[in-house]
Design a protein around this ligand. Structure first.
Ligand code: GDP
Length: 459
């Protein structure tokens, strides 16, 4: 699985920029770059350059100089990949970067696969798979919370927790196996009571991690939010306020726009993924035309419904129809247009539907602060401070934890039914392996390839 050939890729974004970096990693990284780089000081080479030092010179294709560059040398094992790495920092034009990459490849490297640098860091034992995944999450983070959550994972905090759980499980497996082999020196009398307590504790720890998964998903992807309300209630105006830009088209004629939107918004640090399954202007129309079932489905898929009520017009049949869809859902009712004369107030709404009500003006932005507070209370226990807490943001981790919990519950069942001890070790071993799977142990080639293929080029 561990390839040592020398790989290269453009590590910076594919857009014209001041500086671009080509990363070269592998046993021949230093020789490859020496073949195409001439230092300004002709007596110097990459080969002689100490680790974590830079050399200034020209990238040369034969006699022709392609660009000026600085080469940064990082020798293995103290590098990102654990191999020898040279980063060529040159000017950031895409055309030139591609020409230089071609030259690096002609000089003996191979074009890297997406994520291959991080894969090598993993295969080289520098990081485990949760850390590798966090690198990808950090690159793709859409908001500060997601970036911070991946930084916590990159520091290995999830791995520490998982390893601690595994250590405890392994100790029990080892003891039971020893006792079965050598009953004279190891006694299993009364052992299962102690085991039962510890397994229960471990299940609680697994549950605590799993409990972060919903929040973790919302941090990573945003709270899936659907905006509902009768035509002209101010849904598009609210969307624009949330996005802070004129994206949805606001119109004074009810239901004239067919605009499909799915937008990421971050309001005061709260990430929202706003889903407009139907055309935000036409909620009632959609309920009628496509049918209540479909409308219900779009509501079911959402983490949150923002139900916009026009405070300047009495509640009517359209409102009633929408409200009938919203029972049992997580809803915030937005009483909009409070800058106008109000004919609907909070009491009118709470008579009809039991949800938090926030008064805003989507026109002026008044009341948005209250909406933020309401969101924090509903989704983040009223606070949005991440104190390096570990969040489960990855579906693979969540599934492995759920399987771990099942195995541990089987251990408890077996204890209760006074099954022989070797039964216990089978399920303990399964839990141990499922936790190991999170760390990337016994990870099949296919899965490793799948994980790393989702990375971007040059990482
Ligand atoms: P939608 O059909 O629910 O998407 O409603 P729009 O966002 O298109 O708004 C309909 C009309 O109401 C537009 O003329 C908006 O300018 C106006 N409007 C929306 N929100 C407010 C508000 O808070 N105050 C006032 N005065 N007008 C608003």
């Amino acid at each position: 699985m561990f390839q040592k050939d020398t790989i290269a890729a453009i590590a910076t974004g594919m857009t014209n920029a001041g500086i671009g970096i080509i990363r070269v990693s592998g046993t021949e990284a230093i020789e490859v770059v020496d073949r195409m780089f001439r230092a300004k000081n002709p007596s110097k080479t990459i080969q002689d350059t100490p680790s974590y030092s830079a050399l200034f010179g020209n990238i040369c294709d034969g006699d022709s100089v392609l660009d000026e560059a600085i080469c940064l040398v990082m020798r293995g094992p103290n590098s990102y990949t654990t191999e020898d790495v040279v980063e060529i920092q040159c000017h950031g034009g895409i055309v030139m970067l591609q020409k230089i990459l071609e030259l690096v490849i002609r000089s003996g490297a191979r074009a890297a696969e997406p994520g291959e640098f991080t894969k090598r860091a993993f295969l080289g034992g520098r990081i485990d798979i949760t850390q590798a995944e966090s690198v990808m999450d950090m690159i793709h983070a859409k908001n500060e919370l997601a970036a911070r959550s991946s930084a916590t994972q990159l520091q290995g905090k999830l791995s520490v927790k998982i390893k601690e759980l595994r250590r405890m499980i392994l100790e029990h497996i080892a003891y039971i196996e020893s006792a079965l082999d050598d009953p004279e020196n190891y006694s299993l009398d009364g052992y299962s009571e102690g085991l039962s307590v510890q397994v229960t504790d471990t299940i609680q720890s697994v549950n605590a991690l799993l409990a972060t998964a919903d929040e973790g998903k919302m941090i990573k992807e945003g709270i899936r939010t659907v905006i509902l309300g009768k035509p002209n209630a101010g849904k598009s105006s609210l969307l624009n306020q949330l996005l802070g830009e004129e994206r949805a088209i606001v119109t004074e004629v009810a239901g004239t726009t067919r605009d499909t939107l799915e937008e990421d918004a971050v309001i005061q640090g709260i990430p929202l993924r706003i889903i407009d399954t139907a055309g935000i202007h036409e909620t009632v129309d959609i309920v009628e035309k496509i049918g209540v079932d479909k409308a219900k489905n779009s509501v079911k898929d959402a983490d949150l419904i923002l139900y916009v009520v026009d405070a300047a017009r009495p509640l009517d049949a359209d409102d009633k129809q929408i409200m009938s869809l919203l029972k049992d859902e997580k809803v915030i009712t937005i009483l909009n247009k409070i800058d106008m004369e109000q004919v609907v107030d909070k009491e009118c709404i709470t008579c009809e539907i039991q949800t938090p009500v926030v008064e805003i003006s989507a026109k002026t932005g008044d009341g948005l602060q209250d909406l933020c507070e309401c969101l924090k209370n509903l989704f983040f226990h009223g606070k949005l401070t991440m104190n390096d807490e570990v969040y489960i943001t990855n579906l693979r981790h969540k599934q492995a934890l759920m399987e771990t919990r099942e195995s541990l519950e089987r251990v408890l069942d077996s204890i209760e039914q006074q099954m022989p001890e070797d039964f216990l070790t089978i399920d303990l071993m399964a839990a141990y392996e499922q936790l190991g799977y999170i760390l990337g142990e016994a990870l099949g080639d296919d899965l490793a390839n799948e994980i790393f293929s989702k990375f971007c080029m040059g990482k």
